[in-house]
Design a protein around this ligand. Structure first.
Ligand code: SAH
Length: 347
């Protein structure tokens, strides 16, 4: 029989599991808190559980724990980029960013990605596999243990398309926000998607209060198709309908991410088209000067173009922020750390 993954279970599931082993219900809560609150890295740490139970846990279940293989710390702003090894030898990356309003962790949801966005490093080698809920959680747990500082915000914006690993990501959100776990408010959790329409609609019905971020990157389907293959499957009209539905169901304002690429999507007509497109979508815009990757020849819009684009959107009544580049001195955008590690290993 395949072993079960303890850290991916809800408290109710764990209670049932332990009952089947002849353990009392309060043991399940103790175990859950060890895993999700005290962030135990090893079953041996759980000293108020019997030795026998700890041994059964080690022997009969999957105990997920990530091993840091590399940590890069920015001298500029304290950002930390972690490379973690999974039990099957795959590596993933996670980032800790320090803001005035608290620490924020950016997690990966898959090993690699199959969405194929042209400017993105995570997708260059395709999808390796989905991450389990425990493997997404562990990225946060190891970082909080490593720094000794509370993680206040979580963004699912690392490698992978979260809506392509839907069930595991939704379970991850419920575990992360559970009162017997880290109890991170769902309002402080953001999930970013390239726009899988059926999954956005399903997510809207989950009764969650997380923020949804949509990777837009173009004001029309024509330009979007040149940057994001997913645009061939779902047109912008349908994607934005799903976003309006998300707002209706959850009352949560959306974030529209727009990576500015010089000469591709950054002129003022495009800003105007964008304002028209999302004017009634209850969202704010996050502009990201594209982070060039060596495998493609996309160039970052210059600062003047970014400013002009931003001003135009603001003139049209939109709320706009420009993403501050964190950890500039420790290299590249999401997926680039892993990519360079893999290239080194293979080359
Ligand atoms: N699969 C999710 C999460 C991806 S990463 C999604 O598509 O939304 C989070 C954001 O960073 C996305 O908006 C993604 O398009 C953007 N991104 C990825 N690589 C980038 C790069 N090199 N420069 C700027 N933005 C990038």
């Amino acid at each position: 029989m395949e072993k079960k993954d303890l850290k991916s279970m809800t408290l109710a599931e764990l209670t049932e599991e332990l009952a089947a082993m002849g353990e009392k219900p309060f043991r399940a809560r103790q175990l859950y808190q060890w895993m999700h609150q005290k962030l135990a890295a090893d079953p041996e740490e759980m000293t108020n559980l019997s030795k026998e139970l700890r041994e059964r846990i080690s022997r009969e279940y999957i105990w997920t724990v990530l091993e840091p293989v590399d940590v890069k710390i920015s001298a500029v702003d304290g950002t930390r980029k972690y490379l973690f090894r999974l039990e099957d030898g795959n590596v993933i990356e996670s980032v800790l960013m320090r803001y005035k309003h608290g620490n924020s962790v950016c997690v990966s949801s898959q090993v690699g990605c199959r969405m194929g966005c042209r400017f993105c490093a995570s997708t260059l080698d395709g999808l390796e596999r989905n991450l389990r809920p425990s493997e997404i959680l562990e990225q946060i747990y190891r970082i909080q243990r490593d720094t000794g500082e509370r993680v206040a915000n979580v963004v699912v914006m690392g490698s992978g398309e979260p809506m392509d690993n839907y069930d595991n990501v939704v379970r991850f959100i419920r575990l992360l926000s559970s009162p017997d776990g880290l109890n991170i408010s769902q309002r402080n959790i953001t999930v970013s998607t390239c726009g899988l329409v059926p999954e956005i609609r399903k997510l809207a019905d989950e009764d969650l209060t997380i923020t949804l971020a949509l990777s837009l990157h173009a004001p029309n389907d024509q330009v979007r198709k040149t940057l994001m293959p997913i645009a061939n499957r779902y047109g912008l009209a349908d994607v934005l309908d799903a976003c309006r539905y998300y707002f209706e169901r959850t009352g949560r304002r959306l974030t529209f991410e727009y990576s500015l690429v010089k000469g591709v999507n950054d002129n003022l007509e495009e800003a105007e088209a964008l304002a028209r497109l999302i004017g009634d979508c209850h969202g704010h815009v996050n502009l990201i000067p594209v982070n060039p990757i060596k495998e493609r020849n996309y160039v970052q819009s210059n600062r003047k173009a970014v400013e002009a684009f931003k001003n135009h959107l603001e003139k049209r009544g939109l709320n706009v922020t420009v993403r501050r580049e964190m950890g500039r001195d420790i290299g590249g955008a999401c997926g680039q750390l892993r990519k360079s590690y893999m290239d080194r290993k293979e080359g």
